[in-house]
Each structure stands twice: as structure tokens, then as C-alpha cells.
Ligand binder design. Structure first.
Ligand code: FE2
Ligand code: FE2
Length: 180
């Protein structure tokens, strides 16, 4: 497994963990509306920063481009499907965000459930299909180069301090919603 795909797989594990927490959040009735909206807005911040800007950014700007260079089809092919799903995911995040602004817990829960379903299936496709292809067509050396670009991208869009803040937030949610 190359360094670049390995990094993205690790991020998938973090995202899947957050989806599990989010699933618990929408199901619980332990907290009042204000507290729920507070947690929801934190999750939206995470999804926008880590899942979209950082993770989808690495895929779209570097890995997918490299795959297309290597002849993996974009339109009507696996890369195009992944790009389409990233857009769908952005749409659901926008709906979640709008629901929080309107203090609409049910609206948030509906969009969050759709987001979770989409992202779980999306990650399964990338782990089980796209990254397997990537490991076949992109050499170890080229993956090392991609990984360097990932690190630079991460520094630009997330930055060190924010990364730690995000991980601390996940820990707080996991405790509050009893997720291992
Ligand atoms: Fe993706
Ligand atoms: Fe991904």
C-alpha cells in the first residue's frame, strides 16, 4: 500500500468514527435543543474542515488528478462518480448548516442521516475499489510525492493547531454520547 492511499485510509477511519458519533447524536434525546444545536454546529465545522476541505481536497486536487493522468476514466468512470458524491456530500452539509441556523433539529437529523449513508458507501467504494486501483497504477515513488503534497495541503487548509482542536472535539463528543 502506498503512502498516499494509506494516509487517506487513515482519514477514512477518523471520518467513520465521527459518523458513528453523529449517528448517536441524532438518536439521543438526553440533551435540550440548545445543547444539541451546539454539538451539531461543532460537527458541521469538523465535516467542512476535515472531511471536505482537507480530505476531499487531497483526493480531488492530487490523487484523482494523478489517476486520470494514468488513464483511469473521469467522466462516466470511477473518478467522476467519486467527484459527484463529494458534491452530494457538500449539499447535505449545506442542508445541515441551514437547519442549525433555523434551529431545526429534525431537518438537521434528516440531512445528517443522508450524509452518513452517502459517506459510508462512498468510503467503502474508495477503500475497496479506487484505492486498490491507485496502488496498482501509481508507483511507490509517485505515492511518496503525492503524500508530500498532502502534507502541504493539510498545513494550508487545516494547520497544526486546528488539527489538534478537531481531535479534542471528537474526544469530547465521544464521551458525551458514549461512543467507544
Ligand atoms: Fe472521496
Ligand atoms: Fe475519501
Amino acid at each position: 500500500m502506498g503512502k498516499a492511499t494509506q494516509d487517506l485510509r487513515k482519514e477514512h477511519d477518523v471520518i467513520l468514527h465521527v459518523l458513528e458519533v453523529l449517528n448517536k447524536m441524532v438518536q439521543t434525546d438526553h440533551y435540550d435543543v440548545e445543547s444539541r444545536l451546539h454539538y451539531y454546529s461543532e460537527v458541521i465545522y469538523f465535516l467542512k474542515t476535515f472531511s471536505d476541505k482537507c480530505h476531499h481536497g487531497k483526493e480531488e486536487n492530487y490523487l484523482f488528478k494523478e489517476l486520470v493522468n494514468k488513464g483511469v476514466p473521469n467522466e462516466d468512470g470511477p473518478v467522476g462518480v467519486m467527484l459527484y458524491e463529494h458534491d452530494e456530500a457538500r449539499g447535505f452539509i449545506a442542508q445541515m448548516s441551514e437547519s442549525v441556523d433555523n434551529k431545526d433539529v429534525d431537518g438537521f437529523n434528516r440531512a445528517a442521516a443522508q450524509y452518513c449513508d452517502l459517506m459510508r458507501a462512498h468510503i467503502e467504494k474508495e477503500n475497496g475499489m479506487l484505492f486498490v486501483i491507485a496502488d496498482q497504477v501509481i508507483s511507490e515513488q509517485e505515492q511518496d510525492l503525492l503524500f508530500k503534497k498532502f502534507e502541504q495541503h493539510e498545513e494550508n487548509v487545516v494547520g497544526h493547531g486546528v488539527h489538534e482542536k478537531l481531535h479534542a472535539m471528537i474526544g469530547t463528543w465521544a464521551k458525551a454520547f458514549s461512543v467507544e
